[in-house]
Design a protein around this ligand. Structure first.
Ligand code: ADP
Length: 254
């Protein structure tokens, strides 16, 4: 579970308030799109979740961690709960697909036999078993992003966070990658995807949270059911007479 209660976060260097009285609750197993214009605060939201930025006020929970008081030595454990996918893939050029994915497990000292089993499993999941011995420069753009997703999954994190994962992809590949996140979500992971691609978002039936100027201005559940859990947000026109169905729908099995 990820929860922000009345969170304000200001960048010290320039005084910009990136998150302004920000409230959100994301249950385990949900799939949430975070949308909003450039500069709205989407990456700042992710940076707080990843423990890269501390908040000035309010409360942040990520899984069992209260990030307000989190110690630096606890950060690696927090990050192990999170699989992170970036727009620019961030693969290691000199490593094969297999080694790029295995790397995170080697760092934590897992035995090679277990690593092999796990890496094979996630490469199969992203349909890249045949490319295990290729280097990143031998892959298409979509394949590179699938390696990055496999790497994010390999540690079996509860939460997958993706920051503009389709920013470098054409519409067909973008849809393919988003469908892969869908599959991952249906296997049980919580998925949080930041994107500005509204057209893509509307091809899927997931909760959509819109940020503007560091505030949540709309929070719409699957099938456009309004999510009343969010305080201070005006209800969109669709289905505002429903109860907490939006939360229940997403909380189900993906
Ligand atoms: P988005 O991801 O929606 O484009 P960001 O979270 O990156 O938005 O930015 C929110 C606001 O915080 C913007 O005004 C941006 O200029 C500012 N900002 C982002 N990162 C930093 C930083 N490292 N230092 C200072 N200001 C920042």
């Amino acid at each position: 579970m990820i929860e922000f209660k009345n969170v304000t976060m200001k960048y010290k260097t320039n005084g910009v308030i990136a998150l302004d009285n920000f409230n959100i609750k994301i249950d385990d197993g949900e799939f949430v799109f975070i949308v909003g214009a450039s500069g709205a605060g989407k990456s700042s939201f992710l940076n707080v979740i990843m423990g890269q930025e501390k908040v000035d006020s309010g409360i942040v929970h990520v899984g069992s961690y209260n990030l307000n008081g989190i110690k630096n030595r606890e950060l690696p454990y927090l990050r192990r709960m999170l699989g992170i996918v970036f727009q620019d893939f961030r693969l290691i050029p000199k490593m094969t697909v297999y080694d790029n994915v295995a790397f995170a497990l080697r760092v934590i000292g897992m035995g090679e036999r277990k690593i092999t089993k796990r890496v094979r499993y996630v490469l199969k999941l992203v349909d890249l078993s045949k490319k295990a011995n290729c280097f990143p420069n031998q892959l298409s753009t979509g394949e590179k992003q699938r390696v990055a997703i496999a790497r994010a999954l390999v540690n079996n994190p509860g939460v997958i966070i993706a920051d503009e994962p389709t920013g470098n992809l054409d519409p067909v590949l973008s849809n393919e990658i988003m469908s892969l996140f869908d599959k991952i979500n249906s296997l049980g992971a919580t998925v949080v995807v930041v994107t500005h691609d509204l057209e893509l978002v509307h091809q899927f039936d997931h909760r959509i949270v819109t940020i503007e100027n560091g505030k949540i201005v709309s929070d719409v559940g699957p099938k456009n059911v309004y999510n009343p859990d969010i305080a201070g947000v005006s209800a969109p026109s669709a289905s505002s007479d429903s109860d907490d169905q939006g939360e229940k729908e997403v909380g189900k099995d993906g």
